[in-house]
Every structure is written in C-alpha cells, then in structure tokens.
Design a protein around this ligand. Structure first.
Ligand code: CP3
Length: 348
C-alpha cells in the first residue's frame, strides 16, 4: 500500500488535521468590489455574469488577491446561482440590489427544469476557468472550488431573489413538500456532478456554502442542511477520496457541533455569531475549523482588528485552523485593512 504523503501546501496540511504555528489564510469574497483591479476587470467584462462566464477574465480576478496579498488559497471566481441557471432558471443581477431568478413554486415549474446531468454545457466555462487557474496559480497556493448547498440555492430559486428570512422557501416547504423536496434533490444531484467536474478540472478542495442554514432548526436542519451535505460529500469522496471538503452551515449555532463528523466534511467554516473560544472547544475537537473574524473589521480596521485577529489565532492555536472571515468581505472594505489582517496573522 502506498504511504499517504503529507501535503506540502499549508491549506491542505490544515485540512489533513495538522496544527500549524501560523494558520494559513484566505478570505471569502476575496475577489470582489473592494479591489480597484476587480472593478476594472468587471467593467471590461461588462457585467457580473459575463465575468463569471469568460474564463480568462474569471481567472484574472481570481488571481488578483493572490498577487496583491499572497493568500494561501484562491477560490474559483463564479457564483452559487450559476447552477440554477444551468438547470434552466432565468438569472440576472440588478445593480445595487442583487440577484433575480424565475421562481419555482409548482409541479409545472419543477417539471420544466433540466435533469442534473444536463448542466455541463452551460457550466463548461467554469471548468475552463478552473483549468486555467490550476496552471497559473503559484505552486504554494491551493485552488478551492465551490457550490451553494441545496437549501441555500433553493431559497433563491423559490423566492426568485435574496430574502431576509427565506420566507418563500419555508412557505413552499410547508405547503408543497413534494415540490420542495424534489427541488432539493435536483440541486443535490446537480451539485455532486458540478463539484466532481471542478475537481476533475483541477480544484484541490471544494467548499459547500449553506449561507442560510441558520434559518433551519431541529429536524429541518438535519433533513435539509445536514443530510444533503452528507450525501454530496459521500458521493464526492467515493470518486475523490483525497479531496478535502469544507462545509459552511452559516449561523448553525449548536448545529456546528458534530457537523463535520456527521457529514464527512474535513473542515467546518464558522461565522462570527459564535465565539472562537466556543468553537475551539466544541467544534475544533472534531478537526479543522475555518474562521471567523467579523467582516466589519475590514471596514473599520485599527487596533480592534489587530486585537480580534490575535484573539482568534490564539483561540484556535491548539488544533488545525484556517484563518478566514466569518462571512464575505463587503464592497466598502479598505484594502489596507486586509493587508493588516494578514500581517497580524503571520506575525502571531
Ligand atoms: O469568494 C470569492 O471570491 C469567490 C466568488 C464568489 C462569489 N459569490 C462572487 C460574487 C462566491 C464563493 C460566491 C458565493 C455566493 N454567491 C453565496 C454564498 C456565500 C455568501 O456570501 O453567503 C451567495 C449567497 C451568492 C449569491 C449572490 N451573488 C448574491 C446574493 C449576490 C449579490 C450580493 C452582492 O454581494 O452583490 C451575488 C453577487 C456576487 N457574487 C458578487 C461577487 C464578487 C458581487 C457582484 C458584482 O461584482 O457586482
């Protein structure tokens, strides 16, 4: 039997369970509007979706934060809503407001969606972006692919937009469970084949974003956040046993406890509604955790940023940790504060 080699890259070492003196670092939405070079490339593409579907430009914006800051990982530039579009939903972005989609609320809407296996023609530019990146990234940088988790993607497909409380998805779940569960299944199947293709194209890690997991509780959290993640991870591990998976059931609270173990994830990403000391005690005992500096520090900076960054590094010091924000960086962030965060982590 071949010996399992210790990976070289810092992110892969953390995901393999190694405790490091300096945690590796990357940042959710690290390619984004807070960077002037991102805004320039986005203008060149014309709009956000054209940027996602133009491999050279998507690869370019993925590389920008690596060049500027030397993050330990690059995350593929794309969006979780490309999967609904590939399944046949209409998708567009309203400037200053966010995404809009055609809605899924009936059997007829559901029947009009494509089968999960039919998404690849539409998504082939994304796989091309991954291929370019796997050639162009520095050898020490890990390439992370991603998809939205089924519940989060379903909340947008059902409402046709982002909602503060995911009300329309909760309503469909109560009123037409068959359509709701069929939709969740379709997204689950599409996500498995989508992430499989990203891995085949060169993604070294994949992350599952369940941004609205926190609005599910009890049995529903188990059924609609935990079980789909488990199914996706099991299917991926069957084909790619050595590719680590990061799960992000955002705002899961107590639901973070045991989530990695129950789903087979190699790492759980933690938002900043829970404290790092709590997460170190209850979540990191199962393995690697990622997080969890509040994004607001990228806007406000100063001593509070330094203190909070050090406190997080300290809290997670005795186990595997990937430093990150608790959620995506916002467009009003100051690029200097990102540099300060990285400098602070690397000098802890
Ligand atoms: O993190 C990265 O740098 C990689 C790229 C990435 C984007 N979106 C680019 C993006 C990733 C991983 C995502 C994930 C995503 N997309 C999530 C899950 C994570 C989270 O933030 O909770 C969700 C819910 C979406 C859906 C989405 N995309 C919304 C609600 C919006 C509008 C809100 C906003 O920030 O404008 C987007 C647009 C979007 N996705 C932008 C970027 C850089 C901004 C688009 C622009 O340039 O105008």
């Amino acid at each position: 039997m071949a010996m399992k080699k210790t990976p070289e890259k810092t992110i892969l070492r953390a995901l393999a369970g190694e405790t490091q003196t300096t945690p590796p670092i990357w940042m959710m939405r690290q390619a984004g509007r807070y960077l002037p070079e991102y805004r320039a490339t986005r203008a060149q593409a014309g709009d956000f979706l054209s940027l996602c579907y133009t491999p050279d430009l998507a690869a370019e914006v993925t590389l920008q934060p690596i060049r500027r800051y030397g993050f330990d990982a690059a995350i593929l530039f794309a969006d979780i809503l490309l999967v609904p579009q590939a399944l046949g939903a209409d998708l567009w972005f309203v400037t200053g407001e966010g995404p809009r989609l055609s809605t899924i609320t009936s059997d007829a809407d559901m029947a009009a969606l494509k089968p999960a296996d039919d998404i690849h023609d539409h998504l082939s530019p994304v796989y091309e972006t991954v291929k370019i990146l796997s050639q162009e990234l520095p050898s020490e940088t890990t390439l992370i692919g991603f998809a939205g988790a089924p519940w989060t993607v379903a909340t947008y497909m059902i409402a046709g937009r982002g909602t503060p409380d995911q009300g329309p998805a909760h309503a469909l779940k109560a009123e037409n469970k068959v359509v709701f569960e069929t939709l969740l299944d379709r997204i689950t199947e599409a996500t498995i084949t989508y992430l499989d293709m990203q891995i085949q194209a060169g993604a070294e890690v994949v992350k599952l974003f369940d941004s609205w997991a926190g609005s599910l509780s009890g049995d529903e959290f188990h059924k609609y956040a935990l079980l789909p993640a488990k199914r996706i991870i099991a299917a991926l591990k069957e084909k790619h046993p050595n590719v680590p998976v990061i799960a992000f059931p955002r705002e899961a609270g107590d639901g973070y406890i045991g989530f990695a173990h129950a789903t087979g994830a190699d790492c759980v990403a933690i938002d900043n509604s829970v404290s790092a000391t709590w997460a170190a005690e209850y979540v990191q005992k199962d393995g690697c955790v990622q997080g969890n500096l509040a994004s607001k520090h990228m806007v406000t900076g100063g001593q509070a940023l330094i203190d909070e960054t050090r406190a997080i590094v300290d809290a997670f010091r005795n186990g595997p940790h990937i430093f990150n924000l608790g959620h995506g960086i916002t467009p009003d962030a100051d690029p200097e504060n990102v540099a300060l965060m990285i400098e602070t982590v690397r000098s802890c």
